[in-house]
Ligand binder design. Sequence first.
Ligand code: ADP
Ligand code: MG
Length: 227
Amino acid sequence: AEEMLLKSEKLSVVGQLAAGVAHEIRNPLTSLKGFLQLLQQRTNENEFFFELMLSELDRINNIVSEFLVLSKPQITKMEPRNLVQVVRVVIAFLTSQALLNNVQIVTHVLTEDEVIVDCDENQLKQVFINLLKNAVESMTMGGTINVSLSHPVPGRVNVRFEDQGQGIPPERLQKLGEPFYTTKEKGTGLGLMVSFRIIQEHGGTVKVQSEVGIGTIFDVNLPVRVN
Ligand code: ADP
Ligand code: MG
């Protein structure tokens, strides 16, 4: 399988630029959506166009939301958290959505009770949500996602997300994390970019291995708290 260490150097410039714009876009967007819904209620014609416009507005809103994560100046809330617990909460949160897609998330490998990591819990959750959502979305025929924790070297913990999805062709691996790189009709192409940046700010790395038709493995490697 192709393996690649994903870097996030290209992120910061875009993030800073986008931050201000994102904030400014939010309010007019909300008001546009409100008036559109009002118009929609007042007529029973052109239902299709209304739905289309509303869903396009939602798309803009998603993009803006992901940019706003980038715009957060830097992580200030680094606190000791139990990574096992964080992973479990995220999985519980996504289990029903996964099942709707015939995807099972298996965590039998989370045998440890406690692995303490200094982190911004919400940001870390967002990374795991992004990776799990991508995994689910890649498994159009359903299947299993395995989530496991390991300690490749002392002082580090590795969280592995292994899916049975469509995989990523080798020539596309380096595109992961580029702003707006998406192969999905309704994708933003920002989830991985945000995720790589968050992990980088935690002193971690993200590695990906993938094989078309077999599946994809994302490894998130983080420093464990030293006492
Ligand atoms: P989005 O999900 O909005 O497309 P992401 O940044 O999350 O944006 O992902 C970018 C692209 O990387 C996806 O469109 C997809 O082509 C590819 N990708 C990410 N994760 C996986 C995965 N687990 N399996 C297959 N392809 C993936
Ligand atoms: Mg995504």
